[in-house]
Design a protein around this ligand. Structure first.
Ligand code: KG4
Length: 362
């Protein structure tokens, strides 16, 4: 029988609260299936133990659906890619153990992927025509990818950093947050306002109806390309607290009943301040390093204000801007599959006894 010359990889992402599987063949994405976990909503944040239990329930049907949609049998797989870290250890353990078990049973290699590098590789994902036809959100999207070296603003619930990307396996963090991440600032301020978790998307939609100039929030003053969001969070809290005191009320809802457009205006001010903080350092880095290829990645890159700001800066400073399609902004296995594919081509496999890691750099 003729040997199958294709390189077909199943990739698994389980670093936080999304169980995702994707199949890539010869660099082209054939399928991606993601199960998100609503169990955390009532707690206002991800509960690690509940996340790992939900991954255990989801992983078999998610992998099964990804293979089925790709029209690929597991006997055709060349390797299993998986997110090894950083992330929640319990969540990572589910994906890692599943990947190892499957690789071992099929006698194929394992490819580990760093979650943060994966986010950046989202810019290189190229879905097949059939996949685009099956996913309305991908229709009309132009799949361009940046040229090395480029700058990537990586902003998620756990990270805010500017990365100089020289190759898929050669990335250097040139600036990062010294405290909270941008997504954390969105989520925590949203919680203060009594908005549901995750707060980022809710802030994004309320901000569209608000006036960013009504409230002035604190911006950090840090050297080089580093970020800080803890002062902004505190100023958000103090501004609301002072206003509640001035109005003689003891809850956000009572304040909202007295002050028209309160939540919308706070969301608009928060979003504009976060974007301002992010963009000023990105602009400085692009200027200092004389790089015109600028990308954004991670969950917060779904923010409409940030996406517009990148496009606006691109026009002003003659950047070539790269914004991932919405489906590949938050945690997803397509980006892990893309990174795993490049590593496979380099023969960069990982041992079967590899254990997940909660924290690491790029
Ligand atoms: O990359 P991601 O899915 O998970 C990791 O942290 O790895 O990012 C999740 C973060 C959350 O903080 C969420 O609130 C934020 O991305 N996010 C947004 C938007 N969509 C997701 N933040 C602002 N605006 C959005 N539209």
């Amino acid at each position: 029988m003729e040997q199958d010359k294709h390189i077909t990889i199943l990739a698994i992402e389980s670093s936080c609260d999304d169980t995702s599987a994707a199949v890539i063949r010869d660099g082209e994405l054939l399928s991606m299936v993601t199960a998100s976990q609503s169990v955390h909503e009532e707690f206002g944040g991800v509960v690690p133990e509940l996340a790992s239990r939900a991954h255990q329930q989801n992983i078999v049907p998610v992998v099964d659906a990804a293979l089925r949609r790709a029209g690929v049998d597991k006997s055709e797989l060349s390797a299993i890619g998986f997110t090894r870290g950083p992330g929640l250890l319990g969540s990572l353990l589910v994906g890692t153990s599943f990947a190892k078990g499957l690789a071992l049973s099929l006698g194929i290699p394992l490819v580990e992927v760093n979650h943060l590098q994966g986010h950046i590789m989202a810019h290189f994902v190229h879905p097949s025509e059939q996949m685009v036809a099956a996913m309305p959100r991908l229709q009309g999207v132009e799949f361009r990818h940046p040229q090395y070296p480029f700058l990537c603003l990586l902003v998620s619930g756990g990270n805010s950093q500017i990365v100089l990307v020289k190759a898929y396996n050669d990335m250097q963090i040139i600036g990062q947050t010294i405290d909270d991440a941008a997504g954390e600032a969105f989520d925590k301020c949203a919680k203060v306002l009594g908005l549901p978790y995750p707060g980022g998307p809710v802030v994004d939609s309320l901000a569209r109806q608000g006036n960013a100039k009504v409230y002035a929030l604190a911006k950090p003053n840090l050297p080089d390309y580093d970020y800080s969001f803890s002062g902004l969070k505190t100023s958000f809290l103090y501004s609301l607290r002072d206003q509640m005191k001035a109005e003689g009320v003891d809850s956000i809802d009572a304040l909202a009943a007295k002050v028209p457009n309160l939540k919308e205006d706070y969301c608009a001010a928060l979003q504009a301040t976060v974007i301002d903080i992010l963009m000023s350092k990105l602009k400085k880095a692009a200027k200092d390093l004389d790089i015109k290829q600028v990308a954004v990645a991670g969950g917060v890159s779904a923010n409409s204000g940030l996406r517009n700001a990148i496009l606006d800066y691109a026009q002003r400073y003659r950047w070539q801007a790269f914004i991932p399609p919405f489906s590949f902004t938050t945690d997803n296995a397509a980006m892990i599959a893309q990174a795993a594919y490049y590593k496979y081509l380099d023969g960069d496999f990982c041992p079967i006894d590899a254990t997940p890691y909660a924290k690491t750099s790029i």
